[in-house]
Design a protein around this ligand. Structure first.
Ligand SMILES: Nc1nc2c(c(=O)[nH]1)N[C@H]1C(S)=C(S)[C@@H](COP(=O)(O)O)O[C@H]1N2
Ligand SMILES: [Mo]
Length: 366
């Protein structure tokens, strides 16, 4: 990837794990996953088309469809509404696809490891405030978002879009954000304005937002149903839009960050740490870690939730035996849902929503 000017175009650090240069798809390195707030230069990037460059002076947001007052808003108009800040984790539905690919190949999709996830402090306006200005009619059940970036993945090519139900869209945590970590929203992350749907798959947080539409049905945008769980026997090339379970809220999962994958280390008491993310508006209730194939489980020390939409880091000390060991971590959420044990159980043809327990191979010497 030497031909890609990471600093110039995307303003990313050299440690990013770049899967594709154009469209840019890169995951957050482990060190940055260990921080509560991800630095901007390490925040993962997920794109389906070349990055659009919008001039924020000419830019307008249209709000239309089943509304009493269609709107055309400039950034100045939006900045007159109350500013809100929400810390929220953004996670791609394809996060940890690499573990599914080990079960069975998933051609044509980015082989994400555990780093298609990051957390930022987002600032902007509440989508609810903008929708209230427009007056959403009672017949509207979904709020659809459209960006300007036309993706060749759709046939015929289509701008990126997605929708969420009105109930989520009018929750105060859903933002139209113009800032990230108290800095102007970077172009790579959707400037001048992006949607942030906390607790839901990243695909619904449409970047470079241009149009909001209130409608009776979910959007028919290609990416709305592309982000769905097909049954294992389905062919993703021929599956129709209704063939899968459309993804919305994220499911509970966790990652082991330390020790690193395939680490060689001394046996004995060893610090094991990672994060867990509950998704939707749930929190993480417990993280269990095992070094003996699930024979015994240690309950990790878990950071309290910042809010329901943010990952929680955890750590514990395990007494590691000499030789090869597989560490397993599994998280439980506040509804008592737990991660499934094996990626084989959740394998699906497009490789989405892998929330199987985290497994990590290490070797310990005396
Ligand atoms: N306009 C537009 N918005 C988009 C996308 C895109 O390709 N185009 N990708 C989506 C997906 S799948 C994810 S996971 C997040 C990633 O956001 P990030 O690149 O800021 O990390 O943006 C979402 N919004
Ligand atoms: Mo995504």
């Amino acid at each position: 990837m030497a031909d890609i000017d990471l600093m110039g175009i995307w303003n990313k650090c050299d440690e990013m794990l770049v899967h594709q240069g154009e469209p840019y798809n890169a995951e957050t390195p482990v060190d940055a996953l260990a921080a509560e707030i991800t630095p901007l230069d390490a925040f993962y990037g997920r794109n389906h088309a070349p990055i659009p460059h919008l001039d924020s002076a000419d830019w307008r947001l249209r709000v239309e469809g089943l509304v009493d007052r269609p709107l055309e808003l400039s950034m100045d108009d939006l900045r007159r509404l109350p500013e809100r800040t929400v810390v929220a984790t953004l996670q791609c539905a394809g996060n940890r696809r690499a573990d599914l690919i080990e079960v069975r190949d998933i051609p044509g999709q980015v082989p994400w490891g555990p780093g298609a996830i990051s957390t930022a402090r987002w600032s902007g306006v509440s989508l609810a405030d903008v929708l209230a200005k427009a007056g959403v009619r009672p017949e509207a059940a979904h709020i659809a978002f459209t960006g300007p970036d036309v993706s060749e993945l759709a046939d015929p090519p289509q701008p990126f879009g997605g929708s969420i139900p009105v109930a989520k869209a009018t929750s105060s945590e859903v933002l139209l954000a113009w800032a990230m970590n108290d800095q102007a929203l970077p172009t790579a992350h959707g400037a001048p304005l992006r949607v942030v749907v906390p607790g839901w798959i990243g695909a619904r947080s449409v970047k470079w937002l241009q149009r909001i539409s209130a409608q009776a049905e979910p959007t028919d945008n290609y990416f709305q149903t592309e982000y769905s769980i097909l049954p294992p026997e389905a062919d993703p090339e021929t599956a129709g839009p209704g063939a899968g379970i459309t993804l919305g809220p994220v499911a509970i999962h966790c990652a082991i960050l330390r020790p690193g994958k395939d680490a060689h280390l001394a046996s004995g008491p060893t610090e094991v740490s990672g994060f867990a993310f509950a998704g939707d508006d749930r929190t993480v209730a417990r993280v269990d870690v095992s070094a003996d194939h699930g024979g015994t489980w240690t309950h990790a020390d878990l950071d309290p939730p910042e809010n329901p939409w943010t990952w929680q880091h955890w750590h514990t000390t395990l007494n590691l035996p000499i030789g090869e060991t597989e560490l397993i971590a599994r998280a439980w959420d506040s509804t008592a849902a737990v991660q499934t044990e094996s990626p084989a159980t959740v394998w699906n043809p497009r490789g989405y929503a892998n929330n199987a327990a985290a497994h990590l191979h290490i070797t310990c010497h005396p």
